[in-house]
Design a protein around this ligand. Structure first.
Ligand code: AMP
Length: 285
């Protein structure tokens, strides 16, 4: 596996690969890699000839300094996992490479409802930082495919919006959410859960499963309210549980009038914020 921390070195490698006709897939991450991340690397290997994984804990997308400080960092173990999985390139840039002081990297995009609901409502500024880093990394890596996880549903929806709005020459590919045996979505933040909270956190996927099982039989608002109560009863603090149109992310009241439906939630387990979602109906075009 090639390792780059300087973007100019990465770029000359990529240019070489592209000039010999190789297709490049890119998996951006913040490290503390788990099987979910590795499944995206495997998807990249299936769909391209060169897979680039970046590890960059992006300071501009954290809205709580504590979350940024305590975000798990384990570069050596990550590099070993990537190597074993067959990843071709690991890119670990410094902040100065991603945000050179002389370059304005801010993204001016009208996100409309997409950026205002759910994560946008509870994590002000998060999506501006996320889009800023994704755009910047895309400029540096210049891939054919960008591979992201369904786990961050609103994130990939906004990234697709940015790709369309700026006509970026990259195709977004979404990988399914990998889960622990009890259904909890794999997440780097799970490492920070106490054993007791780790057990309780399984309620999140149970709630999503119950919504799926009862879709069409029970009023959506009752499903939401019941789910929120079940999460609270486990001692977690739900932030939101929304059933939304998968394209517009607008909360919906009647499932029959929409073809693409997703239930999304966020909850705090002590000071660890967890998110998850389930596609109830339809798929991304
Ligand atoms: P992160 O390191 O949390 O920024 O995530 C990097 C990428 O991995 C994002 O595209 C996430 O959506 C994806 N990802 C995170 N968790 C999972 C999971 N459990 N299954 C599949 N993909 C995931």
């Amino acid at each position: 596996m090639h390792y780059y921390s300087l973007s100019e070195n990465l770029q000359s490698f990529i240019e070489n690969q592209k000039s010999s006709g190789k297709k490049i897939a890119f998996v951006p991450t913040m490290g503390a890699l788990h099987e979910g991340h590795l499944s995206l690397i495997r998807l990249g290997i299936q769909q391209s000839s060169v897979v680039v994984c970046s590890i960059f804990v992006n300071p501009t997308q954290f809205n709580h300094p504590n979350d940024l400080q305590t975000y798990p960092r384990m570069l050596e173990a990550d590099a070993r996992l990537l190597e074993k999985t067959g990843c071709h390139v690991l890119f670990v840039p410094d902040v100065i490479e991603v945000y050179p002081p002389a370059l304005d990297t801010h993204i001016q995009l009208d996100l409309g409802t997409l950026g205002q609901v759910m994560e946008g409502k509870f994590r002000p500024g998060h999506f501006d930082g996320m889009l800023q880093v994704v755009k910047r990394l895309l400029d540096l890596v210049n891939p054919d495919l960008l591979i992201m996880g369904q786990k961050d549903f609103q994130q990939f929806t906004l990234v697709q919006h940015m790709i369309n709005a700026l006509a970026l020459p990259v195709q977004l590919v979404i990988g399914p959410t990998l889960r622990e045996e009890d259904g909890l979505a794999m997440s780097s933040r799970n490492l920070r859960l106490t054993p007791e909270l780790r057990k309780k956190a399984r309620i999140l996927f149970q709630v999503l499963g119950e919504i799926q099982a009862k879709l069409g039989q029970t009023d959506l608002d009752i499903l939401r309210q019941t789910g929120l109560r079940q999460i609270s009863d486990q001692g977690l603090k739900p932030e939101y549980l929304e059933i939304v149109d998968g394209n517009t992310l607008e909360p919906i009241l009647d499932e029959k009038t929409h073809n693409y439906l997703v239930a999304c939630l966020a909850a705090w387990a002590d000071d660890v914020r967890l998110i998850d979602n389930i596609i109830l109906k339809g798929s991304k075009d």
